[in-house]
Design a protein around this ligand. Structure first.
Ligand SMILES: [Zn+2]
Length: 71
């Protein structure tokens, strides 16, 4: 499932873990969060969140090249 990050504080919403603080059950995708859900860290609205997909791919690629570098 897709990770979303808060643009204001850098908090990650991971559907796999949900959001205990706001009583969001594990396995709840970001688009199934209640409309009034806010960032548990800084109270930003869902509008402030962006999807992390593309960046994660970048991170993976970065990790791989880093491992190669370390070898
Ligand atoms: Zn936030």
């Amino acid at each position: 499932m897709d990770l979303y990050a808060c643009d204001l504080c850098g908090y990650y919403y991971d559907p796999e873990y949900g959001d205990e603080e706001n009583h969001i059950q594990r396995g709840t995708p970001f688009d199934k969060l209640p409309p009034d859900w806010v960032c548990p860290e800084c109270d930003a609205s869902k509008d402030e969140f962006y999807k992390l997909d593309d960046e994660l791919d970048t991170f993976d690629a970065y990790d791989l090249s880093l491992e190669e570098y370390l070898d």
